[in-house]
Design a protein around this ligand. Structure first.
Ligand code: NOJ
Length: 714
């Protein structure tokens, strides 16, 4: 008999429920605290999994208790939110998405996994794959942005990155795709609120990234806190059992979100903890994170006949199988056995700097104010985010310490020999305005002003919904004062905008010379920003989310359907606002560089396809600017006539090209015709005969796209 079956035969019910339980170990600023309660339970074999224990030593000690002092010696599984880095903070996922580079997405995950595994961890609660089309929702920062295709590519890249080629390796983490599914469209962007979307939207937009994660071999999944039309995801039999396990064949572990099983009572679907536990187990949730519902509730649920021992056994087998796949039975101390060498840490910092530079999106660059002239002598660096090293980490920065982060000011001082003067002006989120005068003085005589504005890191991520998406506190007054002064002196102003979402700042974009969406760039923020501002690196980020002009436009995303009365400025009775254009402030995919590109000669072949064909799409790209730069090319399709109205644009691919000034090249993308399928009226995939537009260009702005038409035969 194999190891798992032998153990199954020996385990008591309490030990089995222990394997289905994950509890927090907790840690404080001064160092790890080993939760007293867990210690005894681990020895008793009634806790099988821990989260939030930090440091190779405490992890090893806890593992020793489980392996050497518990009756059956089953190793513990240690999980942590390694979302955009563990010790080394990389850009937030939304910023990383802006690189449109799956290799980057994989690399940062790989490096984060190495770093976290060196502390003994074996599971990360990542990647977060929720498509987010409502920037009020703070968790927009944690995911791929508004588009399901980007989500799919990111899912695949992240799973491969975290898990590596061999899940049992000492540097591999089990990835947890979350939050399954449809958490992004919470009502009014309000955190944890109910979700009510169509089956079609669920299937077309929100499920595909999870399907991609499953196809990539993700080890585990986490249901969302939210309910979908009244059915909480933690208890959603149709989506967990039937779709995920049944249709997608997912046989990995399903781990609840933090206290989510217990919260089935607050949702109003479970009368007590036993019912809550039964609902979750019946839906296929294997591990209970932090509700203690399985240990306390399942024995009662068994007695009431709400669940069976066979169901519990199935869940336990899945957890033990994951531990086996992670190599924990063979060597429970493999992860965290040796500290990383300094060179590995140095390489990781360099990667953090490169990726941060590539995540910056140059939204506007009036009169080519950027890059800064090489001989700049006097610079003013002002604003509440200018010397805010700790904020640069972003909202889910693992255990990255505040001291190790590079602020904008520090980065620019390191990069430039200029006289750099600094003043914060105002707080990120305060009411005080007394610092404005001093900041204006600091700007006097500067040859350029770097104005650092935006959100605090805590304003993004979990429980960080915002109804006002402008600059918090008194930053607008401050910025207007600086911009007004600069206008009269003719000083260029470069705005660095830090946020975990697209902010709504049309006034700022109009008045500032240059604007960079910096998201939260991570530990190397200041150095990466200096690389771009000084021209050492040409900005290449593209926004993975549409930027609205007004909150009333939300949700605003490129993949909308045309409707029966598409907007027409000359016709009153068409789909538009009376008080704001339909057009976004910045389209999905927008982003400038220091080069200037023209696209020509779009070629698509074959022009007549069946499901078995693959389209080749080629476009010539020329850099007619004066600097070397990278261009990103997006491939969209539009099915103009179908049994179900299709979105005006559907993203199907993207590619990049680096070109010297005057350089010419070709970007080639492949598109299997089978990907032109869509869900028909009965929600089954269909490929319809007819014409399909193939559109290629630098963003989702329809007027800049080159178009060819192909014909599909079935
Ligand atoms: C709650 C969050 O929703 C989830 O994303 C996270 O992994 C868990 N807490 C654990 O920290």
């Amino acid at each position: 008999m194999d190891r798992i079956e032998t153990l199954m035969g020996e385990m008591t019910l309490a030990e089995k429920l222990g394997q289905l339980t994950m509890t927090a170990a907790g840690y404080a600023v001064t160092g790890p605290i080993i939760a007293g309660d867990s210690t005894e339970a681990i020895k008793a074999g009634t806790i099988g999994n821990l989260l939030n224990l930090v440091g190779a030593e405490p992890v090893r000690e806890m593992q020793r208790l489980a392996v050497q002092e518990s009756r059956l010696g089953i190793p513990l599984l240690f999980g942590f939110d390694v979302i955009h880095g563990y010790r080394t903070a990389f850009p937030v996922p939304l910023g990383e998405a802006a690189t449109f580079d799956p290799q980057v997405w994989s690399l940062t995950a790989r490096e984060s996994a190495r770093e976290a595994a060196a502390d003994g961890l074996a599971m990360t609660f990542a990647p977060m794959l929720d498509v987010a089309r409502d920037p009020r929702w703070g968790r927009s920062a944690e995911g791929p942005g508004e588009d399901p295709f980007v989500g799919m590519r990111m899912a695949q890249a992240k799973v491969l990155g975290y898990q590596g080629p061999d899940l049992a390796a000492a540097d591999a983490l089990a990835a947890v795709a979350k939050h399954y599914v449809g958490y992004g469209p919470v009502t009014a962007g309000r955190e944890y609120a109910s979700v009510d979307i169509s089956e079609r939207t669920l299937r077309e937009v929100h499920l595909p990234p999870f399907e991609a994660a499953v196809a990539a071999g993700v080890a585990a999944l986490m249901p969302a806190f939210t309910d979908l039309a009244g059915l909480p995801m933690t208890a959603h039999v149709a989506l967990l059992q039937d779709w995920l396990r049944g249709r997608l064949g997912f046989d990995g572990v399903i781990i609840s979100d933090y206290n989510a099983i217990g919260e089935l009572r607050q949702h109003g679907v479970a009368a007590d903890l036993a019912e809550a536990a039964a609902l979750a187990l019946n839906a296929g949730v294997d591990i209970d994170m932090m509700s203690d519902a399985y240990r306390r509730g399942l024995p009662i649920a068994l007695a009431r006949g709400l669940v069976t021992v066979a169901q519990i056994d199935r869940a336990v087998r899945r957890v033990l199988t994951l531990k086996q796949r992670l190599g924990l039975f063979d060597d429970p101390y493999r992860r965290g056995a040796a500290p990383e060498d300094a060179a590995a840490v140095g390489r990781r910092r360099q990667l953090a700097r490169d990726v941060a530079a590539r995540s910056l999106v140059l939204l506007k660059n009036h009169r080519a104010a950027l890059p800064l002239a090489a001989g700049v002598r006097r610079l003013a660096v002002v604003g509440p985010l200018a010397d805010a090293a700790a904020e640069m980490r972003g909202p889910w920065c693992g255990v990255a310490e505040a001291e190790g982060q590079v602020s904008v000011l520090a980065g620019l001082r390191a990069a430039l020999a200029a006289d750099i003067r600094y003043a914060p002006g105002v707080d990120i989120d305060g009411e005080g305005m007394t610092g404005i005068e001093h900041a204006l003085e600091v700007c006097t005589d500067a040859e350029a002003i770097v104005l650092c504005l935006g959100e605090a890191a805590r304003m993004s991520g979990e429980a960080a919904s915002r109804a006002h998406l402008g600059l918090p506190g008194r930053q607008r007054e401050f910025a207007e004062a600086v911009l007004g002064r600069a206008r009269s002196s003719g000083t260029p102003v470069i705005v660095l905008l830090f946020s975990g979402r697209p902010l709504i700042v049309p006034w700022l974009v109009e008045k500032a010379g240059s604007v960079i969406a910096a998201w939260f760039p991570g530990c190397e923020a200041g150095n990466a920003i200096a690389d771009v501002i000084t021209g050492r690196v040409s900005p290449s980020g593209r926004t993975p989310v549409t930027w609205a002009r007004a909150a009333g436009q939300i949700p605003l995303y490129f993949g909308q359907r045309p409707g029966g009365r598409p907007a027409n400025p000359n016709d009153h009775f068409t789909g538009k606002y009376l008080d704001v254009p339909n057009e976004p402030l910045f389209h999905f995919g927008h982003g400038l560089g220091y080069g200037r590109f023209t696209l020509s000669n779009l070629q698509v072949w074959p022009r007549r396809v069946t499901a078995a064909d693959t389209l080749t799409v080629r476009v010539d790209v020329s850099n007619v600017g004066e600097r070397a730069a990278e261009e990103t090319i997006f491939l969209f399709t539009h099915d103009k006539l179908a049994q179900v109205a299709r979105p005006v644009l559907e993203l199907k691919g993207f590619g990049k090209i680096d070109l010297q000034p005057g350089g010419r090249g070709t970007v080639e993308l492949q598109l299997p015709a089978s990907e032109l399928r869509f869900l028909g009226a009965g929600l089954e995939p269909v490929l319809e005969a007819g014409e399909v537009e193939i559109l290629v260009g630098p963003s989702a702005q329809r007027s800049v796209l080159l178009v060819e038409i192909i014909r599909v035969f079935v």
